[in-house]
Design a protein around this ligand. Sequence first.
Ligand code: 5GP
Ligand code: ZN
Length: 121
Amino acid sequence: MTTCVFCGIAKKEIPSSAVFEDLEVMAFKDIQPSAPVHYLVIPKEHIQSIAHLEGNHKEVISKLIFTAKELAIKFGLKGYKLVFNVGKEGGQVIDHLHLHLLGGWNNKKDIDILPHPSLDK
Ligand code: 5GP
Ligand code: ZN
């Protein structure tokens, strides 16, 4: 059993509500949504964060963004936010790179959220 939660999800050792999967990436519902629509898109490979990207990750990182874009179309989001929290000081709690896809707000004032004010926790 792996100790990384998102590796566990990628390997199906930990259940998730997956909405997309291929050989390299996976997308699933955030367990504690910060927006009416909140998905996480991850590489199956364990990469700690954006700060840990190497030259050979260019393709997979681009794939995360394209996957999020396709999911936004699939779920009818006209506008949305794509967020990478990077490092503890950037609000990253899970040390497996993930892209937040956030949207579905009806109320304009709710759009200006900071998805993970985890520094306040
Ligand atoms: P971070 O703050 O690291 O950028 O965001 C981590 C996100 O992962 C949070 O929004 C949190 O709700 C979500 N999360 C943490 N554990 C799990 C889990 O076991 N399953 C799912 N689906 N989401 C999780
Ligand atoms: Zn991992």
